[in-house]
Ligand binder design. Structure first.
Ligand code: ATP
Ligand code: MG
Length: 358
C-alpha cells in the first residue's frame, strides 16, 4: 500500500499529550496491517505564534492540503491569559480559517455511551444505556458567518447577527446526513425552529426533498427547544440529528453530557471529498496540562473517525473503538473517569498508560 500522509497539529497544553497517544494507536495499526503513514507535523496556534507571530502560517495550509486527513489537538490558552494576543486570536486566526479554507461544512459528533461508564452519566442508567447519537452540524454558514452589524434604532444601540442559509448549503449537508443514516440505523431527525424562523422553513423544504432519494431512511422533524428536552428525557429515540451551525453547537455539548466526561469525545469535520479534520470536542485544559492526567480517549477516538471517514477503513475504525471499550471494561480509568467510591475494581492510570493499554 502506498504511503498515506497524515497531518498533525498537536495544539496547546494537553493537546500534544493526548495527540501523542492517538499517534501511538495509529502506529500500532500501521504495524499490524503493514500500512505506511507519513506523519507530517504542522505548526499552528501557540507553537506557530511563538515562532512566526501568526496562528496559521501559509506553509501549514500548503502542507495540510497534501494530506489525506488532519489530526488536531485543542487550540487555546488559559482563561487568565485570554487577552494576550497569543491566545485571543486563536479562534478567528486559526480554527475558523482552517475549517473555511478546506470548506469543511459538515461537523460530526458522535455520542456513544460506554457500558462500563454508565454510572458517570448524570442521567438515569435505564435512559442512557445503549445511546449512540450522531449529530450532523452545518459548520460554515448560518448565524456564525452571516451579516453582523450595529445600528441606532430609536436612539439606542442595536446589534444584530443574521441567520441565512442557501438551498445548496442545506442540500449538501442533508445528503451527507442521509448517507450516514444509511450506515447506521436509518433515521434522521431534522432539528430547526420552523414555527418562528424563516430559514428553518427552507431547511424543512429542502430536507424533505432530499429525503425522497432515501426511501429506506425515516425522516422526523423536531423544534430545537423540544429537541433540547428530548435529548435528556429520551435520547434513545435519536440516530442522526441534522441541524444548523448554532443549534448543532448547543445540542452537541448537551449530548456530550450523556457520556459522563468531555475527555471521551472526538469530532470530524468534512467537506465534499474524503479529506477531513479530526479533533477532540474539548479545549486545551491548561489546568491539567503537564501532569500525565488528561484523558487521551477523545484523541484516540479521532483516529477511529479518521479511519472511517477519510481512509475507508471501517473495520479498523471499529477495532479502535472496541479497544477503547475494552480498556474501560477492564477497569482502566484516567482521573476524569475515576470515582473511588463506585469503582473499587478500577485502576487509576495516567495519559501515557491509557494510550499504552488501548
Ligand atoms: P474551550 O473554550 O477551548 O472549549 P473550555 O473552557 O470549554 O475550553 P476545556 O479545556 O474544554 O474548557 O475544559 C473543560 C473542563 O474539562 C476542564 O475542567 C478540563 O480540565 C476538563 N477536560 C477537558 N479535556 C479533558 C481531557 N481530555 N481529560 C480530562 N479532563 C479534561
Ligand atoms: Mg468549550
Amino acid at each position: 500500500m502506498k504511503e498515506i500522509k497524515i497531518g498533525v497539529l498537536p495544539g496547546d497544553y494537553i493537546g500534544p499529550e493526548i495527540t501523542k497517544e492517538a499517534l501511538k494507536v495509529l502506529n500500532a495499526l500501521e504495524k499490524k496491517y503493514d500500512w505506511q503513514f507519513d506523519i507530517v507535523h504542522l505548526e499552528a496556534s501557540g507553537e506557530a505564534y511563538d515562532k512566526y507571530g501568526v496562528h496559521l502560517p501559509e506553509e501549514t495550509l500548503r502542507k495540510a492540503a497534501e494530506c489525506a486527513a488532519l489530526l488536531k489537538g485543542p487550540f487555546g490558552g488559559p482563561p487568565e491569559e485570554l487577552n494576550h494576543p497569543k491566545w485571543s486570536g486563536v479562534e478567528q486566526g486559526a480554527i475558523l480559517p482552517l475549517r473555511k479554507h478546506f470548506n469543511l461544512f459538515t461537523n460530526l459528533r458522535e455520542s456513544k455511551v460506554f457500558d462500563s461508564l454508565i454510572h458517570l452519566s448524570p442521567i438515569k442508567k435505564e435512559v442512557v444505556a445503549g445511546i449512540d447519537i450522531l449529530i450532523v452540524r452545518e459548520l460554515t454558514s448560518g448565524i456564525y458567518f452571516g451579516e453582523k452589524g450595529e445600528r441606532t434604532v430609536d436612539g439606542e444601540r442595536e446589534y444584530f447577527d443574521v441567520e441565512a442559509y442557501k438551498e445548496s448549503e442545506i442540500e449538501r449537508i442533508a445528503i451527507k446526513s442521509f448517507e450516514y443514516a444509511q450506515q447506521r440505523r436509518n433515521k434522521v431527525t431534522l432539528v430547526a425552529k420552523s414555527n418562528v424562523l424563516k430559514s428553518s422553513v427552507l431547511w424543512r423544504e429542502v430536507v424533505n426533498k432530499v429525503a425522497k432519494d432515501y426511501p429506506g431512511v425515516t425522516l422526523d422533524y423536531m423544534h430545537v427547544d423540544n429537541a433540547a428536552m428530548q435529548l435528556i428525557l429520551n435520547p434513545g429515540q435519536f440516530d442522526v440529528i441534522l441541524t444548523s451551525n448554532m443549534f448543532g453547537d448547543i445540542l452537541s455539548d448537551e449530548a456530550s453530557v450523556l457520556l459522563g466526561s468531555i475527555g471521551l469525545l472526538p469530532s470530524a469535520s468534512l467537506g465534499e471529498s474524503k479529506f477531513g479534520l479530526y479533533e477532540p470536542i474539548h479545549g486545551s485544559a491548561p489546568s491539567i496540562a503537564g501532569q500525565n492526567i488528561a484523558n487521551p480517549i477523545s484523541s484516540i477516538l479521532c483516529i477511529a473517525l479518521l479511519l472511517r471517514f477519510s481512509l475507508d477503513k471501517p473495520e479498523q475504525a471499529d477495532e479502535v473503538e472496541a479497544a477503547v471499550a475494552r480498556a474501560l471494561a477492564e477497569g482502566y480509568r484516567t482521573k476524569d473517569l475515576y470515582q473511588e467510591a463506585q469503582d473499587d475494581a478500577s485502576k487509576l492510570v495516567g495519559t501515557v498508560e491509557m494510550g499504552d493499554i488501548i
